[in-house]
Design a protein. Structure first.
Length: 498
């Protein structure tokens, strides 16, 4: 087997649940090695063992041929292994340089911080990887993609030889993802080993030297680029059967009527959106697409009332809203799916049942007391309906896979039986199975007359689901393209401002 990292007969049990079952394969030095598998395949458990966050029940990890004797993040770091999690760990009120070197290794006499040297070292690392940021910028001024790049630089500042990237492009648009792919190739050129975990199979095929597939906690196989014909080959290995159809649902017939349920006119907010206008019809899925800095993310927040307008107006059913705000929107049966599960979506340390009960708590109470039995009944019904994989309703979302967290958030959006849904990256960081299920939920909802505004950086899902796509560039709408007319080429052309 050999290689810089060897996984030797690793098994991991959580009570009666076997998350990993006798997994064995090797990773070569200086390669980009991707891990693929559906939610629950064991990828997350395996990378937690590699990064020292978990200890295997049996088996071992070897680094450079030497077996690991202690499993802890500190020991993994000392061995040259660093992890960039899907939910980033950055300090927003600090500078880029301070985030790259959080331990402040640069000191003057008497212990004072040598900020000049720290900024110079950070600037050199930024230059080496061709990043368009400044060492002195505050993190809260940067995009999510730039946050990701800073965290990679932090790993390298620790002398890392192996970097684990968990869903690094989830929530990034095409342009941002392309920049990250360039960083990964740069790492490979510098003989840094990258273990890449992603559900975006096209990216995996694009950037990987080799790909290992897992299914139900077991290792299925490792495949070089020359052995993989297309996405269907890998999906077949992941699910255990040949796949002949696309992972995306295609809506053959639109459910949209002529009734306008939501109208935006000349929405403007300084440095965010400029004179944006559109209409949403009953039963329609209206897609929104844009590259980095296009304003789509800001627009999703504005139309739900999370950010205030400078000018323009929003109307529901022909009636103008004086001051759009989240509580007012919720009362009018409009719900919003945030693109960040960690900071604005789930109560990660509270049980799944509590998360599900919060939107409808008033319906699950008797007088001033919460009816525990009704909460349990309610949670079980939705868990079954949306096929959320949990050990029990008391399990905490922080211990669920990304796909199951996303499906949990999706159920919370639907619990008040909304008439309009605003979905921001609805399939962010989920596997092909969960993606298919979420797409089916959306198509079924539209068929029942629910209107959906879908903000996504995944062009294929927009093309397959949306009735129309609004394209933005530099905070303005550059095109409105209808089903049957749009293609990846004309969408990208409009998103680039041409």
């Amino acid at each position: 087997m050999g290689g810089i990292l060897e996984i030797r007969n690793i098994s991991k049990n959580y009570g009666a649940v076997r998350a990993l079952d006798d997994v064995t394969f090797g990773i070569e030095g200086g390669e980009v090695h991707s891990l693929l598998g559906e939610n629950g395949a064991g990828k997350s458990t395996l990378i937690k063992i590699i990064s020292g966050e978990e200890t295997p029940t049996s088996g071992e990890i070897a680094i450079g041929g030497a077996p690991v004797t202690e499993y802890s993040p500190r020991r993994a770091m000392q061995s040259g292994i660093a992890m960039v999690h899907q939910e980033l760990a950055i300090f927003e009120n600090m500078t880029v340089a301070e985030n790259i070197f959080p331990g402040i290794p640069f000191r003057k006499r008497f212990g004072f911080i040598d900020k000049g040297r720290m900024n110079a070292e950070a600037a050199e690392r930024i230059r080496m990887f061709g990043m368009d940021i400044s060492a002195s910028q505050r993190m809260d001024e940067l995009t999510m993609a730039q946050h990701q790049m800073v965290e990679i630089l932090r790993c390298l500042s620790l002398g890392t030889r192996i970097i684990l990237l968990d869903e690094p492009t989830s929530g990034l648009n095409i342009e941002e993802a392309d920049k990250l792919m360039g960083i990964i190739r740069n790492l490979r050129e510098k003989s840094i080993t990258v273990i890449y975990i992603s559900h975006r199979i096209n990216e995996v095929l694009n950037v990987s030297d080799r790909i290992s597939v897992m299914r139900n906690g077991r290792y299925i196989g490792t495949y070089g680029k020359g052995e993989v014909g297309d996405e269907a080959f890998l999906i077949g290995k992941m699910v255990g059967r040949e796949i002949k159809e696309s992972m995306y649902i295609t809506r053959a017939v639109s459910a949209a009527t002529d009734e306008v349920v939501f109208e935006a006119r000349n929405l403007t907010k300084r440095k965010s959106v400029q004179n944006v206008s559109f209409e949403l019809r009953r039963g329609e899925i209206l897609g929104f697409f844009g590259l980095e800095g296009s304003g789509t993310g800001a627009l999703s927040r504005i139309i739900f009332g999370l950010d205030r307008l400078d000018s323009g107006e929003i109307s529901l059913g022909g009636k103008r809203l004086a001051h759009p705000n989240p509580s007012g929107m919720t009362e009018r049966k409009i719900t919003y799916l945030n693109n960040n599960r960690k900071s604005a979506g789930l109560l990660l340390r509270s049980p799944v049942s509590d998360n599900m009960a919060i939107p409808v708590l008033s319906d699950l109470t008797k007088g001033i007391f919460i009816d525990g039995g009704r909460v349990v009944e309610y949670a079980v019904r939705y868990i079954r309906e949306f096929n959320i994989m949990v050990n029990s309703i008391w399990q905490k979302p922080m211990n669920l896979s990304g796909g199951n967290q996303q499906k949990l958030m999706f159920t919370m959006c639907l619990e008040k039986q909304p008439e309009i849904l605003i979905l921001n990256e609805p399939t962010r960081g989920v596997d092909v199975g969960a993606k298919y299920e979420i797409h089916k939920f959306m198509a079924d909802l539209a068929g029942k007359g629910v209107s959906i505004m879908m903000f996504s950086s995944e062009m294929p899902e927009l093309i397959n689901l949306a009735d129309r796509i609004i394209v933005m560039h530099e905070n303005r709408v550059t095109a409105e393209i209808k089903r049957g007319v749009y293609s990846e080429e004309n969408i990208l052309t409009a998103a680039s401002g041409y």
